[in-house]
Design a protein around this ligand. Structure first.
Ligand SMILES: NC(=O)c1ccc[n+]([C@@H]2O[C@H](COP(=O)([O-])OP(=O)(O)OC[C@H]3O[C@@H](n4cnc5c(N)ncnc54)[C@H](O)[C@@H]3O)[C@@H](O)[C@H]2O)c1
Length: 259
């Protein structure tokens, strides 16, 4: 069945799901998969083009909030929108993020270091800070963070970026413990490289050259890059009732690269 259709057996019928970074790449695929499984999606992104992405999702009741996840006021407005529209936050997917340009860590500017921590780490903190009180009140909820395989198996060149994702992995595990008795689960996904908008920031190119791609693929036993759909499948599994006993897990979506 196409992603543009609603699946009658969808796992998220009527559930309210916030997805950050929903305008592109993984976030777009995650938002689409949730919508096709019956969820009402609140998409958030810095890029206003997210409005069209959310407008084209299957089903009804979706909304877009232009949000900089590193800004407290924006994140509070995103959470308030979900509560006003749906009364609850069933799932929060903290997915927005980017990488500084690949370079040796000591050559990175302080400004670029602070910028990537503000979005990738503080952004996750703020999403959790403002969504969790509503989840505690409802006595249910699921948080999924997009970390990276670089958090546990770093490559040279994106060390500060990988450190942001290491922080996301640690926050995911700590939050899982803090929230377990409130019927709230917290997990992460660790994707391997994918050809999304991310590559523009990390490699400075819209599309990888064949050489760049085959260098990356040569380190992935599965023999290919990951895709937004791979990541959406893992996120939606972890958010579903099928994963009810799974919390504090950072699921590698890496084709075996970290083995
Ligand atoms: N593509 C990869 O190789 C890869 C691998 C591992 C992890 N990741 C992670 O996956 C997540 C999604 O990235 P992607 O690959 O889909 O890239 P992408 O660039 O296609 O999508 C990221 C989205 O996040 C948005 N965004 C960036 N900064 C933001 C901010 N301050 N506030 C709100 N939105 C913001 C962008 O506008 C964009 O729409 C990121 O956290 C990234 O670090 C990517």
């Amino acid at each position: 069945m196409a992603e543009s259709e609603i699946r009658p057996d969808g796992r998220f019928q009527g559930r309210a799901v916030i997805v950050t970074g929903a305008a592109s790449g993984f976030g777009r695929a995650i938002a689409t998969r949730f919508a096709s499984e019956g969820a009402k999606v609140v998409g958030a992104d810095l890029n206003p083009s997210g409005k069209d992405v959310i407008g084209s999702l299957p089903g009804q009741g979706h909304g877009f909030v232009q949000t900089d996840v590193s800004k407290s006021d924006d994140v509070q407005a995103m959470v308030a929108h979900c509560i006003e529209q749906h009364g609850v936050i069933d799932v929060l997917v903290n997915n927005a993020g980017y990488s500084h340009m690949s370079m040796l860590m000591w050559k990175l500017s302080e400004e670029d270091f602070d910028g990537v921590f503000a979005v990738n780490v503080k952004g996750v903190f703020l999403g959790c800070k403002y969504a969790i009180p509503h989840m505690i009140e409802a006595r249910r909820g699921v948080i999924i963070n997009t970390a990276s395989i670089g958090a546990i198996a770093p490559r040279p060149g994106v060390t500060a970026y990988n450190a942001t994702k290491g922080a996301v992995v640690t926050m995911t595990k700590g939050l899982a413990l803090e929230l377990a008795r409130n019927n709230i689960r917290c997990n992460a996904v660790n994707p391997v490289a994918a050809e999304t908008g991310f590559m523009k920031g990390a490699m400075g190119v819209d599309q990888l050259s064949e050489d760049q791609k085959s260098n990356l693929v040569s380190t992935i036993p599965r023999g290919r890059l990951s895709t937004p759909e791979d990541v959406a499948s893992a996120v939606c599994f972890l958010a579903s009732d099928e994963a009810d006993m799974i919390t504090g897990t950072c699921l590698n979506v890496d084709g075996g690269r970290s083995i």
